[in-house]
Design a protein around this ligand. Sequence first.
Ligand code: COS
Length: 394
Amino acid sequence: MTGEFTTDQLEIRAMARDFAAGEIRPHAPEWDAARELDPGVFDKLAELGFMGMRVPEEYGGLGFDASTYLLALEELAWGDAAVALTVAIQNGPVTALLLAHGTDEQRERHLPAMAAGDVLTAFALSEKDAGSDAGGLGCQAVRDGDGWVLTGEKRWVTNGARAGLVLVFARTDSSADRGHGIGAFIVDPSAEEYEVTGRETTMGLRASETVTVRLDGVRIDADAVVGDPEQGFRYALEALDVGRLGIGAQAVGIAQAAFEHSVAYALERKQFGRPIAEFGAIQGKLADMAARISGARALVHAGAAAMDSGSCGSGADSRSARAASAKLQASETAFWVADEAVQIFGGYGYMRDYPVEKLLRDAKGTEIYEGTSEILRLVIAREILNEAATSHEN
Ligand code: COS
């Protein structure tokens, strides 16, 4: 061990930083302006094994524990949050859900292709009227022989146009209570009845493709249903716990980038005859940035370690609350740090020619997707109050 991480973990982190510095960061401004990534970056990430960091080795992945994966993911986000988002969806909720609830056959069919980078994936839960209230989704799955037919519309699907596998959540029992009677389906986007009907224009993560998808009677064979077709919503929330740690790491990467730009600029920029780093007002900002980033990173890795060791407890220490707290702290830290970075850069920071305004736009997204800060507070509060009520009863 070197400090809190092992030597192996630090080597992997260094490899991810080198890759991000050489292959991602130099292109991030042009990808952002063009609203398009060079998809070749995912081929290169796959060569390093980074598209299957959480896929077990038996399926061709690297089989990293959560902490090692999140260290690498943070570095990719330091390079460009849009690239990291795709890696996070693939390694996070999609891999987690297939591992936890897929059949051997489903894992064997999909995980090696995902790890090899041959297949990018998407997670289609949200709908026009079901964002935070995901349990109220309306996409319908109707029985058709031993399979299903899916009809409805999904919104804000990252990679919905580029993916080779989309996990779609749809209502299998319209008479069930809310949050129940929902299935998780493996959808092949090459189906004729799967149509991308629009692309969003986003504030940040502009290179990442967020689309609306119309499912117009997509036929799903029985072997493409994941687990119990009534329990998909529970699977989705469980997978989002894993996903939220990933977004936490992504947010820490954005914050770290904003911090490093700020330090370099503060040393270089002269006003009143000296570098602005010599002014207490700037030093205070840099100190707060560093402290908040370390705190957020520690929370992300504490959550990861607890999930890895299966030692999550109850209340604020529960799996859901730990993941929600990590994402909450990290995303609010990222937004705050990026905002301070723009402030340190002053008039230049407000210009698109400098890197920090992009980081502020990207950071905002982390407070919204995979659970808004308001929903995360709700999740944490519920866990705390449930635990308190249970111990009160006993
Ligand atoms: N892991 C496993 N199961 C979970 C779970 C978790 N983290 N959270 C809830 N469940 C279970 C519940 O126990 C419940 O099952 P039972 O009734 O059998 O006990 C079921 O799932 C439904 O949960 P709940 O009653 O809490 O559902 P709600 O509709 O109240 O929704 C919130 C809860 C609001 C927390 C949930 O909808 C949510 O996280 N919304 C945000 C969605 C989101 O992040 N969207 C982003 C999409 S990806 S960009």
